[in-house]
Structure formats: structure tokens, C-alpha cells
Design a protein around this ligand. Sequence first.
Ligand code: NDP
Length: 486
Amino acid sequence: MSDTDVQPGRLFIGGEWEDAASGNTFETINPATAEPLTTVAEGGAEDVDRAARAARAAFESDAWQKLDARKRGRLLSAIADGLEARADELARLETMDNGKPVREARMIDIRESIDCFRYYAGWADKIAGDVIPVPGPYLNYTRREPVGVCGAIIPWNYPLQMAAWKVAPALACGNTVVLKPAEQTPLTALELARVAAEAGLPAGVLNVVPGFGESAGAAMVEHPEIDKIAFTGSTAVGRMIQRNSASTLKKISLELGGKSPNIVLEDADIDAAVRGASMAIFYNSGQACTAGSRLLVQESIRDEFVEKLLKRAAGFVPGDPLDPKTRLGPLVSAEQLERVMGYIEQGKAAGAELLLGGDRPSVGNGRGYFLNPTIFGSVRPEMSIACEEIFGPVLAVQTFADLEEAIALGNDTEYGLAAAVWTKDVRKAHLAAHRLRAGTVWINTYHNLDTASPFGGYKQSGYGRELGRFALDLYTQVKSVWVNLG
Ligand code: NDP
């Protein structure tokens, strides 16, 4: 597949491909070339309304209500198979739309999306209630019932994977879905709809409405027929969603930003930690909510560590993301590039020492949104590069004297999504893991995620746990049933 093969995108509502009610479309841009890839129908409030009604009708239909859970599981398996059959094509599409290296798109985004549908296919017929021992001549039992129509609003950094994280558990639990992909990366979500329809998912069970956050996204948050919003994105928009959903009392789950500390103690395996630290920040060009964007190194090893890190980081050479050898692609958009460059300027102005990068390479036609790997030293905690989510390949290096100070620095953030510690001392490793206020802590590793393991944030990084059996709590509600046996 090349740029020219990418077909225009339309809305997928009630099992049909449709234009937006307004007739409007928007362009989606290839970040590696800054050239338009294709046009996509721009869903607005009216389209969200149609999608929500289609999802409600599907939720109440016999086709969905009377489909037994085992068959629902088989549908999810068939979606996984459909994605797998098209994995290479989807990886290229994701790369052209998002800019991420195709090797990572194939090995991580697409593979894990397939895995997510397979995993929740297995859960579909195992979502059971309890029998509760209550006093008196009564039988009390619980049922785990679907929430209803779930709205999924997802970001651009892992487009298909974020869709899978929400759609797969929602369907496994018997819900129907309205999905809004990010305006920068709508294409693979539309392909997911195609694959799901081909797999036999009844019409209206999955609806996809590309569009802008302020219009389509906002309309979903306020729509009375949408029972729940599952959101991944910035903390600012997460707060807005929480506020705007109050009038309809939607159930909300939020997976938001991060500024994750990556702590290296002096007794760590230095070479392993250097590899981990560079991958922690440069993977996906730093556009990961769990990016290890704050490197905290013990003073005694700082110089040796930074020297090795600079050597390794220099190997992350930005290149054509469709080349399987490329490890660092462009940022997703001109806007994101500008934002990240703005942080680099702030870092310099605040007196941080620019140790590497900070500038832009020329790749391909010279117009893509590429940025060289960037490392700042002499960073103080109050600098914006140390406390705000940059979402780019920009690392802030700080030092600490001992474990106590490392934990205090690590926790000195409004966020709490992830953290890591590198040490050979088991006691220090677990102490840090227990005391770091984050939803995921890695010990001597970084960026591990698995469909079976819970994921989500502390503090301003959101609430609710996606993945694993924990996601079943997000997509079901518990009913208590009393039977008089007297
Ligand atoms: P947003 O939080 O704006 O985007 C995430 C999703 O929310 C998109 O689908 C977006 O739609 C939608 N959205 C935006 N505004 C609203 C709204 N008012 N109501 C409902 N939905 C809305 O992130 P940005 O794309 O603006 O990125 C800005 C920064 O956010 C990044 O630089 C990064 O720091 C952070 N971010 C963090 C992510 C994470 O996983 N933690 C993921 C993405 C961004 P649309 O794209 O169409 O506007």
C-alpha cells in the first residue's frame, strides 16, 4: 500500500458507510511528508446523534441481546482473525497516518490490537456474578450487565491499539459502541469497522464517527443516549469531559497524561538501564503517555551514565517510517512539532543544558515533522521540561543523592501513570515500587504492557483501569437480585 492507494474515509453508522450530514470532509496528513493522504468525512453533532441512536437500537435488538455470550466471543475472535489477515496492510496504513516506524506499528500496535480482541473473546462467556450469603430466607445473587451504549474517544498516538483497548472489552461485556478516532489518525479505526462488519458483527453494534474533538467529541459527551465515555488523551480534555458529562451522569473512565520518572540507582546494570532509558523516551518519538521523560540518575554514576546514553541516543536517527530499519519517525503533526519545539526553547531559556539534539533533521522531501532525539541536563524540578507532559523525544535528566530523594523527586508531579526503577538491590526495588505513586511501576525494565495486566493512572493521570479483568468493571454494571425463599 502506498499513499495513493489510501481511500477516502466515511462515517460508519448502523452498518452503512455514510457522508457527514454537513457534507464536510477534512484531510488527514502523512506526517513524514506533510502531504495529504486522503479526505475523511467530518462527523458533527447530527452524525453523533445518528450513531448514538443506531448503537441504542442495536443494543436493544434481539440480534445483540439474544446472541449468547459464547457467540459474542466467537465474533471477537473473528475480528482478531480479520485484523491478523490484514496486519501488514494495517501497519503501513497506521505508519502513513501517524508517522510511527512501520516495524513498531506491526510488532506493537497491530499485534497488540489483535491480541486484545483475542483476549476479550475469551472473557465474553466468563463474566459471571456472585451468590451472596445474606441473612434470612433469601437468595441474593448478582448479575454483571452491560452498561449500554459506550462512547470511546481516543488519541492519535496508538490509533488502532487505543480503539482495541476500548472496543474489545466493551463488546465482550455486551455493550454497543460509538468510537471517535483522533482527527490526526482516523484511518485504522475505520478499517476496524470494516473488519468487524466482515466478521459478522450486527449492524449498529460498532459505529465510527471521525471528526473533531470540539464538535463530534463534545457531542458524544453530552448525548443522552450514550451511557459511558471511555477517554484517552490529555488531562485538560479529560477534565472537560468530566465536567461536561455531569448533566447526563455518564460513567467515565479517563486515561490521561504522564510525566513518568525513570530512576537509576548506582548499583544498576548500567548498560541495561541506558538501553531502557533511551527506549523509554524515544519509542514512538516520545509520544507515549508512559514515556520515561524524567530520567533521575544517582549523582555518583551521572557522568558515566550520561556519556553512554548520549552515544546510544545518537543511534536513534530519524528516517522514513516506512523503512523497516527506521527506529525514530516524525511527530504526528505540525502542531505537535511546534508544541515540542516550544518546550525545547523553554528548556534552553530556563537554563537547562542542551546535551543532544533540539534541532530538526531533513528527511525525505524535507517537509515532514521530524525532530532529532533531544536530551537536557542540569534540569531543575520547577522547569516546564521537568514537570509538563511534552509528548516528544525530549528527555530531562536530573540527579539525586539517595533513594529517599529519588522517590521524593519521582513523586513530585501532578501525574501518576508510570514509573521505573533500575537497581540490583531487591529491597530498594520493591521499596521504590511500593512508594512511587503511579499506576504502573517497572523494575529493571520499561514500557512493558500486556492485554492481561491492568493499566491506568493515579492522581491527574486519570482513573479506571483498562485491560485485563479490570476492564470488565468499566464496561459492566452490577445488579443485585433478591429471591424470597420463605
Ligand atoms: P486531546 O486530549 O485533545 O485529544 C484526545 C482525543 O480527545 C481526540 O480524539 C480529540 O479529538 C478528543 N477531544 C478533544 N477535545 C475534546 C472535547 N472538548 N470533547 C471531547 N473530545 C475531545 O489531545 P491533543 O490531540 O490535543 O494533544 C495535546 C496534548 O495532549 C499532547 O501534546 C499530549 O501532551 C497530550 N496527549 C496525551 C495522550 C495520552 O495518552 N496521555 C494522548 C494524546 C495527547 P480531536 O483529535 O479530533 O480533536
